[in-house]
Design a protein around this ligand. Structure first.
Ligand code: ARG
Length: 561
């Protein structure tokens, strides 16, 4: 049911060329009083165009043929054309659809047969998993779920940062100052310390930088000592990252990171050369990508490859492997230039599909207005943050509902859900202020609030012994209409969030639905009334949509809270 669209189509058929469909739709309003119908079209503008009284026009428009079935009545009131929706019929139809389709309600098929590749999360080994990586993980993963709901196949690639000159530095630092036992005990913080120490020592003695470069060269040439250390660093890092992914409940289809493209870069560099795109600049090999931008660096003077070389190679590999329709790179704002350069190089190579690569940037996570940094003592270890959130959630739950069973599992769903929802509730380009207390509140615009609303519905359904039955009439259509029309928006909300690559459209929607439900719950007697059956069917439909909305954000819904 798309009442506005159907009403404008009807009006358009009556008006003809003088107003466009879009203009008509913009004019349509909701009357303040219910007895004036559900939608109204003011005729003042047409009055000006035709130089006639708008009242006359309203009369004429209200007696035309072909009124859509959705409306049972049309009438002119002054200069307005008012239509009345057949709420009972439409509401019943919608509830039937939701209760029958369940979690498939709101799905689309426009992505059928097409694949989207997601480049997301992508932390760097031997370094802490940062807040930026958390944002990339939850935004990317939600966009993948939304795309799936629109029919697309999705491939989630965790492009681990496991290659580059920094590993030469790290290997040198470990060999010089590292202690095996310490790294084993506490891998990421110890390796980070070694990396920081390298830079401190290099300030005093710049010759150390050459040592770093030497070790990276050794690594690139397959030296066994360097390689074994690198493998070890990678293993311990992935283990630590895995803990975070498990808590978040997130899986990937591929972990092919930067190092995976080692043997494959020669081919793309050769291709660049054959296509005449490589130029020499101060001994380095570059591709010029336009006046408005620095050139893209392909090989350093010493022959070492770069971040861009790997991304260019990876893009070609992904196109060949997955034949993607689109590729999304969910990476912070600060890499915009890099992705633009990569795309331009690919375009110069005549890969027209480069236009289907989209950098999906996002804002920072701040603490007290400042960027959360891995240096300068403001280190926040993400697994600790998640464990803290779970602990706080557990305290809240025990206080609210001391008799709840499976508290630990529920606390995990609520704590993690709170962190994810907090991240996804604002437009992704905005910065987010990190506050555990705020995000864990059961009231206000939080994940726990939405989860709690669903649990509240579950209690109602249990108490009322609701068995999934569809009502055969809907006498509550008038009182429940606001909720019904919000439920009706869900498919278009899913579509919008896909096209705008914006999970926050879903978060805002589940908040709105929760608010409306809680208002309804406070003003209508749901159990022990003559309308209990119908009202429970409405509640069950709301729960289905809340749960599916949260699922699209990557959040689980506990049965009880
Ligand atoms: N590892 C990089 C970083 O942490 C992000 C990688 C993003 N993806 C890509 N294809 N470049 O900054």
């Amino acid at each position: 049911m798309n009442e506005k669209k159907e009403f404008s189509a009807y009006l358009k058929s009556q008006i003809g060329e003088d107003l466009s469909l879009e203009q008509i739709e913009l004019f349509i309003e909701k009357p303040k009083q219910l007895q004036q119908g559900d939608l109204a079209f003011p005729c003042f503008q047409l009055g000006k165009i035709f130089k006639t009284s708008p009242v006359e026009i309203a009369k004429r428009l209200s007696v035309g043929d072909g009124l859509p079935q959705l409306f049972y009545k049309i009438e002119a009131t002054g200069a307005y054309v008012n239509v009345f929706i057949d709420k009972e019929v439409q509401g019943l139809k919608l509830l039937k659809t939701i209760l029958k389709e369940k979690e498939n309600y709101g799905s689309h098929s426009f992505g059928d047969g097409k694949t989207i590749v997601f480049d997301l999360s992508s932390p760097n080994i031997a370094k802490p998993f940062s807040m930026g990586h958390l944002r990339s993980t939850v935004i990317g993963s939600s966009l993948a779920s939304i795309s799936k709901k629109c029919g697309y196949e999705t491939v989630k690639i965790n492009y681990i940062g496991d290659w580059g000159t920094q590993f030469g530095k790290l290997i040198y630092a470990y060999l010089r100052w590292g202690v095996e036992e310490k790294v084993k005990e506490n891998p990421i913080p110890e390796l980070t310390k070694l990396y920081v120490r390298f830079h401190e020592e290099a300030e005093k003695d710049p010759a150390i930088n050459d040592e770093g470069r030497k070790w990276f060269k050794k690594l690139e040439d397959g030296d066994p000592e360097a390689t074994n250390l690198w493998i070890w660093f990678k293993e311990v890092s992935l283990k630590a990252f895995q803990k975070i992914y498990e808590l978040l409940g997130i899986q990937f289809d591929s972990y092919n990171g930067e190092a995976f493209f080692n043997g494959k870069m020669d081919a793309s560099v050769k291709e660049l050369m054959e296509k005449g795109l490589l130029e020499l600049s101060d001994g380095a090999q570059i591709v010029n990508v336009g006046e408005d931008m620095p050139p893209c660096l392909i090989k350093k003077t010493d022959g070492a490859t770069l971040y861009a070389t790997r991304d260019i190679t990876a893009a070609i590999y992904r196109k060949n492997t997955y034949d993607f329709d689109q590729a999304f790179y969910v990476v912070g704002h600060e890499q915009s230039l890099h992705f633009e350069q990569v795309k331009r190089v690919l375009r110069k190579m005549d890969y027209t599909w480069a236009d289907h690569m989209h950098h999906v940037p996002f804002g920072l996570i701040l603490q007290n207005g400042k960027k959360m940094s891995t240096r300068k003592g403001r280190t926040v270890l993400l697994d600790t943050v998640l464990l803290d959130a779970i602990q706080l959630a557990e305290n809240n739950i025990r206080e609210k509902n001391p008799s709840l069973s499976e508290v630990e599992e529920v606390a995990r769903q609520v704590g993690v859900g709170a962190v994810i929802f907090h991240d996804l509730k604002n437009e992704k380009g905005n910065d987010v202020e990190f506050s555990l207390e705020q995000m864990l509140k059961f009231e206000g615009d939080t994940g726990p609030y939405v989860q709690y609303t669903s649990a509240r519905i579950q209690t109602l359904l249990n108490k009322g012994h609701y068995n999934g039955k569809l009502p055969d009439k809907l006498s509550i259509a008038e009182e429940g209409w606001e909720l019904i029309s919000v439920l009706n928006e869900f498919p278009s909300i899913v579509q919008q969030s896909f096209f705008r690559k914006e999970p926050s459209i879903i978060s805002k929607y589940v908040l709105k639905l929760s608010h409306k439900f809680n208002h309804y719950y406070g003003s209508v007697k749901i159990l022990n009334s003559d309308q209990t059956g119908e009202r429970l069917a409405l509640c069950a439909s709301i729960q289905i949509v809340l749960k599916e909305g949260l699922q699209l954000l990557g959040i689980q819904t506990p049965k009880q809270m």
